[in-house]
Ligand binder design. Sequence first.
Ligand SMILES: [Zn+2]
Length: 398
Amino acid sequence: MYVIKGRVIDGNGGAPIEKGAVVVEGDRILEVCEEKALQVPPDAQILEVADGTVMPGLIDLHTHIGGVGKLFTMSPHEATARALPKLKEILYSGFTTIRECGGIGVHIRSCQEEGVFESPRINSAGMGVFQTGGHGDALNGMIMPTGIPKNLLTTWGLCADGEAEVRQQCRYTLSQGADFIKIATSSGVNSRCKTVNKVEFSDSEVKAAVEEAEHFGTYVSSHAVSNGGIKLAARNGVRTIEHATFLDEEAVELIEKAGAYIIPTFALAKVQYDMRDRLDPLVGKKIAVAYEAHCRTFELAFKANLKIGVGTDFFPGPDNALEMEFLAGLGMDPMAVIQAATKTGAEVLMRNDIGTLDKGKLADIILVSGNPLKNMGLLRRTENVKVVMQGGKIVKQL
Ligand SMILES: [Zn+2]
């Protein structure tokens, strides 16, 4: 039995318990209470640090385990070998679960579950489904090597045009173990398209993907940067809208009506924006337009109380909490940011056994030094994450 003491932020959005404790037995949370109400059995191991905060393990809803850019076209074997140390880093930085919006995760998920390597829990779309010439078509990638035959087995995506092909590729990727379907309803920053304002796929194609996903008991996630692409996704039943860059009031209303989630992924955009002068000139130009618009329009989302999740669009690594710091910096309430990275993350994953510190849930818990409600940026330094517990097992203890 473990007793983790500190300021308890349970992920449900209420005020923290300033002097609290979380009791863990086996793989589950047994109790969350005030420290003074606690009766500690003599054999319990106490975990405590100065000015410590106990929180649910963090959830990054938008990663690419197979890497970014050219890495998308390497073999799944090489991508896996490169990913393993990164998965350990992100786990040690406090992320106990990640969702992968396209990539190799479906193939290595079971090894994570068996404890073959140290990693967050993995939820993965496998290969995404994209239109020919669209954002995920390897032939269209600004940063991909050219000359790759259509539908070559990359770690990244499949092409489909028309309702029938969309259904076929969705069925294929789901049969390969995808936890959900990833599509793109707009162009993006890192593909060859000259604009970030293009719409991709049609209403009937998106509807077909949503129907196929629902038949498998799951949902569709769409890369949607352009305003038209966001609206296309929202009006056709897409459940998670990735990036949601060019928002306006009409788009916010549609998303709200659909009950969809947005995953803004500022982290990668910020990194690319800061190095825009060193990027391919077209990518640099597009990132400037997209990033500046996104920072301007995001307020519409949190003021309307849209359901917002935390996702970085990063390869997993030690700095994925950058997204949380960034959201707080844009004016989102710090407690809402923590909820986005915990409870909302679990909701998106359709898991009710993780995401909050409540009796009976799986013990995915972190103990950090300092108070993230006052300084979200402290989560970006892995040395501040003193304990990481995953399913009741301590995987990191400083
Ligand atoms: Zn992505």
